[in-house]
Write a protein that binds this ligand. Sequence first.
Ligand SMILES: Cc1ncc(COP(=O)(O)O)c(C=O)c1O
Length: 368
Amino acid sequence: MGYKVRFVNPDRNYQMIKREIDEAYFEVMSKGDLIDRQHLRSFEENLAVFVGTKYAVGLNSGYDALHMSLRAAGVGLGDEVIVPAHTFIATCSAVVNVGATPVLVDVAKDFNIDGDKIEEAISDNTRAIIPVHLSGYMADMPRVMDIADKYNLVVVEDACQSLGSSINGKGAGSWGLTGCWSFYPFKILGGYGDGGAITTDDPDVALFATRMRYNGEDRETGEYHGHGFTCLLDNLQAAFLDVKLRYLPDWIVRRKQIAERYRQALSDITDLLLPHYERPGFDHIYQNYTVRAKQGNDFSEHLKKNGVEVLTQFRKPYYRHEGLGLVDRGFPETEALSREVCSLPMNAEITDEEIEYVIKTVRSFYGL
Ligand SMILES: Cc1ncc(COP(=O)(O)O)c(C=O)c1O
């Protein structure tokens, strides 16, 4: 259906920065700089500075970033890795695909892993924990790091949805052994196809990923240091992402303004839980503006029927998909929020009129 307000507008976003994106394209194409060239290095340097780490290594996707991180940490067969029960499936699949066993933990009211429930999931085989910073709001990293220290666990941050967020000024992706990033087109920093990266302070991890993304090869000596993968971030994508990274701070400001407008206009609706958590030091950058509506599908269908494109990730929790063979230990919060989640349009290119239309449509559902 033709929506009046789309969830994201990549075409409109392109028009906002067309001149610089086109320049980047023509520069890369006219030089023929396609693989592992200076645009990739430049983007990696700028990303590392933005996140607050020593290194960034460009990869093909957020999934690759998670997978590579677990391999760099030596996680494999016989190991258990703690992951949240509410996340994008790639968090869990990366664990399975290195031969380890995911152990799911329920989330809290902020959609992130529940710090009170982590320790009961730890066994003698637990090697790592992957906190996910969902929708632009970080998991309780001081708590996660304390638990990881206590049990000697590796921390891999799935920061794919939270570029630019922080706790007490320390950026997402700079707490764990690695931060994992996705530049999937609809992310806050989205490319024009798949893309990803890890950030890290550990030179060995950075070197491992730099070799393994290129089939294990050291590009200078030609030596293979192990059986690797083909999962390098394209130089062209890196050139585009480098342009967009310069705009990101302004785009985050715009997202916060939109979130504030939604809050002002919708906080009187008692059947609607808004994503404002008021936790001192926690900075929300609103990759997504995910509300919980008591009326679940009726609410999201009303919005769609009236021309507002929304996302309902995820109505069916991933551990309920039989083909994945996962263990459902009972996750009441995930079950409850899965029935209720609905992400409203939130992006840097949306107009004020469109936001007002979303608000009007939400309010009309409640007869207001
Ligand atoms: C929380 C989370 N983890 C991992 C990923 C995987 O990223 P990609 O799609 O780039 O593989 C995504 C992106 O969709 C995500 O949102």
